[in-house]
Design a protein around this ligand. Structure first.
Ligand SMILES: *[C@@H]1O[C@H](CO)[C@@H](O)[C@H](O)[C@H]1NC(C)=O
Ligand SMILES: *[C@@H]1O[C@H](CO)[C@@H](O)[C@H](O)[C@H]1NC(C)=O
Ligand SMILES: *[C@@H]1O[C@H](CO)[C@@H](O)[C@H](O)[C@H]1NC(C)=O
Length: 205
């Protein structure tokens, strides 16, 4: 037994602690850099509705045809982190019931890179020219709204795949954007219903 051995032991122990502290500090630094206000914000700037028809309720199932387009604006509030948007997967709903056409919504752009503190306009189009089945429980309400030529309450749900980029570190996340939009039903069958801006949007991580 010599004092030297225990010194070495103490030194390695201290070295281990320092390494641990430094890595912990590094992790906190990165966490701070990335998880400062980083949640994207969304707003609907414009929405339009055209070619809306709802089949007679006595037919079963009730089908609807429509063309709906949204101009969505996505904002990256971060001061340090840039974001890659890899996919945008949009769905249209009426009172929680999916009313999307079989074909996926056309997004433009489909993917993009967003620098810090910038906003990106995205256009999302749903074309149900071939008709979609309206879920039974929402069909009567939808018919009533269309007949009354009132405003049609729609919900836009967009699943987004993003990569946060901080230096060489990339973090994947899958937030969901949820917006409520009320678009006036066109008074004539061929007309266009337009909403200048939508209701609020929520972004859930
Ligand atoms: C609406 O329907 C007409 C005829 O069915 C078609 O020519 C037109 O392209 C449609 N408009 C949209 C925006 O889908
Ligand atoms: C719906 O169907 C009923 C019964 O078949 C008919 O009396 C009514 O006129 C139809 N309404 C429309 C708008 O086609
Ligand atoms: C909506 O977006 C399209 C395509 O980006 C653009 O051409 C159009 O001007 C926009 N409409 C409004 C009202 O912002």
């Amino acid at each position: 037994m010599s004092g030297g051995g225990s010194n070495t032991h103490q030194r390695t122990c201290c070295g281990g602690c320092c390494t641990l502290l430094i890595s912990l500090g590094f992790v906190i630094l990165i966490y701070w850099a990335i998880f400062q206000p980083h949640q994207i914000r969304a707003t609907v700037d414009y929405a339009e509705l055209s070619n809306l028809t709802v089949s007679n309720a006595s037919s079963s199932p009730v089908t609807a045809t429509y063309h709906v387009a949204f101009n969505l604006s996505l904002y990256n509030p971060s001061k340090r982190v840039n974001i890659y948007y890899d996919t945008l997967d949009a769905e249209l709903l009426v009172r929680g019931a999916v009313l999307s056409p079989a074909a996926a919504a056309a997004a433009s752009p489909t993917e993009f890179y967003q620098r810090r503190r910038t906003s990106q306009a995205v256009r999302l189009e749903f074309d149900a020219g071939k008709g979609v089945a309206v879920p039974g429980d929402v069909a009567p309400q939808l018919e009533a709204e269309v007949k009354a030529a009132a405003a049609l309450g729609l919900e836009l749900s967009v699943g987004v795949r993003v990569r946060y980029v901080f230096g060489s570190i990339k973090i994947r996340q899958k937030p969901r954007v949820w917006c409520e939009v009320s678009i006036p039903v066109p008074s004539s069958p061929g007309g266009l219903g337009v909403a200048g801006s939508g209701g609020p949007c929520w972004v859930k991580y």
